[in-house]
Design a protein around this ligand. Structure first.
Ligand code: MRU
Length: 366
């Protein structure tokens, strides 16, 4: 998508054809900086420290992390070690495991001498797959927004609430939850986005607001606790969120706080959609309760980072000194609160049968 009129992706191969460049998301929205990943360890650290984050982008970065490992040493031992190491960096988003499994499946049968070029080609495929999937999520999802726009009085805006950043910064391009929004905006539909700030790391206020703003999409940041109130007052036409893992029966792991938005949406009869590519579906897991939930540093709750008037970026304490904090990074929304899934293959019910209608090849015995 565009930043001030210039098209960007979140990850690309550097001019040397070997290292990888990313937008350093720990610096946004205050500074726009490109970081170079020259080693597998750089890729692992970028995932762990959230220089890159968002389920699809974590997967794409890990794929290039394996390519960097193959450039350094294409042996069986190094292939296994790189996949293991990269896979340990963040536990909840299944896209990480999916991308690493794709890399393993492609590279393991090859002779070591063939692995480096095959690894870069496969990583590029994974990036391409994500861009295509996300674009198609928008093509399918825009109809939902169009339908609401048609039923509103002419010119009235369609208000969409989203949580965290499931935008192009979380993917390679387009985003998942934001793709229908960008498609609607680009088609001239009157969209407006309520952006949950998304404590504790503020991916909504810092990343979603940044990317929507730079593309020109009207939006307003709201405190996480405001969503229910907005829904009660008829100010939300629909919610669209992303996901880090959808189970085979349709339970949805996403950024902490998503569940509460789904409950509020259910109580207020606001449609609650989850947008995700095929790489986010964990066909091996049934119950949302079995999804591993990442627990992050209490410092993310106890401190806040911001920019001072002199331009310096500082992190400061915001809580009572000495008080402990707990920081689960994701929660699970049971499928019954999800109106539907928006995927690259179309829209379906949030049930096993709904998912299998779109992905019939996943049916047992097929
Ligand atoms: O901790 P993060 O920033 O990686 O969490 C990201 C989210 O929860 C997104 O909503 C999710 O990955 C969907 S991204 C298309």
């Amino acid at each position: 998508m565009n930043i001030d009129g210039k098209p960007y992706r979140t990850i690309w191969l550097a001019h040397d054809g070997r290292s990888v460049e990313i937008i350093d998301q720990t610096r946004l929205p205050h500074a726009f900086e490109i970081a170079t990943l020259a080693t597998t360890e750089d890729a692992a650290r970028a995932i762990l420290t959230m220089q890159v984050r968002g389920a699809p982008l974590i997967g794409a970065t890990a794929a290039y992390g394996v390519a960097l490992a193959m450039a350094a040493d294409p042996s069986d031992v190094n292939l296994a070690a790189a996949i293991d190491h990269l896979g340990r960096q963040r536990p909840t988003a299944v896209n990480l495991k999916w991308a690493l499994e794709e890399m393993r499946r492609t590279l393991k049968p090859l002779a070591p001498s063939e692995r480096m070029s095959a690894a870069y080609a496969k990583a590029a495929d994974i990036v391409e797959d994500d861009m295509t999937s996300c674009r198609r999520i928008g093509v399918h999802g825009v109809g939902l927004i169009e339908r609401i726009a048609t039923h509103k009085r002419p010119g009235a805006r369609v208000n969409i609430l989203t949580h965290c950043n499931a935008g192009w910064l979380a993917c390679v391009d387009w985003g998942t939850a934001t793709s229908p929004i960008y498609h609607a905006f680009d088609a001239g539909l009157p969209v407006h986005v309520w952006v949950d700030e998304t404590r504790p790391r503020n991916q909504g206020a810092s990343l979603t607001a940044f990317e929507l703003g730079r593309h020109g999409v009207p939006h307003t940041i709201v405190a996480d606790n405001a969503g229910g109130h907005l829904m009660q007052h008829g100010l939300v036409d629909m919610c669209i969120v992303g996901s880090d893992r959808v189970t085979a029966i349709g339970d949805v792991a996403n950024k902490i706080g998503t569940y509460l938005k789904a409950l509020a949406a259910f109580d207020n009869r606001v449609p609650f959609y989850v947008a995700m590519p095929h790489s986010t579906i964990d066909w091996n897991l049934e119950r949302g309760a079995d999804i591993p939930i990442e627990e992050r540093s209490p410092d993310e709750v106890l401190k806040m980072t911001g920019r001072l008037p002199d331009g310096s970026i500082v992190t400061t304490d915001i809580a009572a000194p000495g008080s402990p904090a707990l920081n689960p990074a994701f929660d699970v929304t049971p499928a019954r609160y999800v109106t539907g899934f928006i995927t690259e293959r179309g829209i379906c019910q949030a049930t096993r049968d709904g998912l299998l209608e779109l992905y019939p090849e996943r049916a047992a015995g097929s």
